[in-house]
Ligand binder design. Structure first.
Ligand code: B12
Length: 216
């Protein structure tokens, strides 16, 4: 369990750049069999949201924000033995960010949750060129495509991407999500078929991962 006290210790060590202490905390939590979702949301996500607020308030530098992000990405790697231990179902998802979207950790957590539920989660990371995404999707023939945006100015980029994808894959399920929708944008997808705005990992599990796990 991640108590407020443990979170504060982790966060102060992250902000001061102590990779050693942060990795010890994460290793201990994994050994205690914490769920990956709890670790991702109540430690990594909570901490990065706070880093964003501190950066916005000019209380930490851009360099410190970059360091915290880099450390967090390295700590996520410590979870991989747990993530890749599920029996595979044969289902496949491609997870990416729109062109111009550089925030990739949320998409990575989404990809990891597909893996946790036995899917092959192909994670392409940030700023994927649409032509390359189309080629990759043709090659992998996934059951669904998930796209993340963190800044609302990338909504037009997401709309353009969806239109291009639809030219090639007329009924592929497309999940969209991320903080880019915090200030609206959901209406743009209402009239579109097979586009699903998903607001959290819980909703992703409930609507797409847990039910299908028992189908096979
Ligand atoms: C790290 C960071 C960066 C890094 C990203 C590096 C990297 N490797 O990812 C860099 C330095 C590149 C960056 C750049 C910028 N950033 Co920045 N960044 C952040 C920060 C601190 C953390 C992001 C993060 O990883 N969060 C943790 C993840 C786990 O959370 P998440 O993305 O929300 O994902 C979760 C859910 O949303 C969901 N989810 C996400 N995507 C999807 C998709 C699907 C399909 C589903 C189902 C679910 C889902 O699942 C995840 C797990 O729960 C945030 C602060 C914050 N609040 O997040 C600011 C933040 C997002 N950035 C912000 C800004 C303004 C910028 C810049 C515009 C700054 C600038 N002036 O240049 C640029 C934009 C770059 C671009 N074009 O994309 C603002 C956005 C505000 C807004 N109004 O849109 C934030 C909120 C900071 C702030 N408080 O102001 N940033």
């Amino acid at each position: 369990m991640i108590t407020d006290e443990l979170y504060s210790t982790y966060q102060s060590n992250l902000l001061s750049g102590s990779r050693l202490v942060c990795s010890q905390i994460v290793t201990d939590l994994i050994r205690s069999n914490i769920s990956i979702k709890e670790l991702y949301i109540h430690l990594f996500q909570r901490s990065l949201y706070e880093v964003g607020t501190l950066w916005e308030m000019n209380r930490i530098s851009v360099a410190t924000e970059h360091m915290c992000t880099a450390i967090t990405e390295s700590l996520i790697n410590l979870c991989y033995p747990a993530i890749f231990s599920a029996n595979h179902t044969g289902q496949k998802a491609v997870i990416t960010c729109t062109p111009g979207e550089f925030h990739q950790i949320g998409a990575r957590m989404v990809a990891d949750h597909f893996e946790l539920h036995g899917w092959d989660g192909y994670y392409l990371g940030s700023d994927t060129p649409t032509d390359e995404l189309i080629k990759f999707t043709m090659e992998k023939q996934p059951d669904l495509l998930a796209v993340s945006i963190s800044v609302s100015f990338n909504l037009p980029s997401l709309m353009a991407l969806i239109q291009r994808i639809r030219d090639h894959f007329s009924d592929l399920d497309i999940l969209v999500g991320g903080q880019g929708f915090r200030w609206g944008g959901a209406d743009a997808f209402k009239s579109m078929d097979n586009i699903h705005l998903i607001t959290s990992l819980d909703e992703l599990e409930q609507k797409f991962l847990i039910p299908r796990r028992y189908d096979s």
